[in-house]
Write a new protein. Sequence first.
Length: 149
Amino acid sequence: MMSSNSKGSAVEILLVEDNPGDARLTIEALKEAKVHNRLHTVSDGVEAMAFLRREAPYTDVPRPDIILLDLNMPRMDGREVLAELKEDAALKMIPVVVLTTSQAEEDIMRSYNLHANCYISKPVGLDQFLTVIRSIENFWLSVVRLPKV
């Protein structure tokens, strides 16, 4: 299957993560990616929605091809972002990978009920975390064909 990157353009990734350590690890893991990508980061749901709607200060940002979304964040959590995103006709086609520390069954069920494309619990160890990020990259950026809307 062709990757979404077959035309040579970068895959645009929006990382919504309030933990600076997890954000840094994700950035480092994706720097080594086989697929050319541009990673944009925001630290909470309010910023995520402003980014997605291209509101100030994000008026000139590209539309992400995929969103990596943490659930537990200040101001507006990932569940609220997911609900709002999937109700918006202009944004609902963007695949969302929930990437969170929560292993709670209710969070898993709610995320899928809100139309998350997948749910991944962050492992605690560094090596396991890097393995998870690389597996996301291998599957979502190399195998899956992402919509270009």
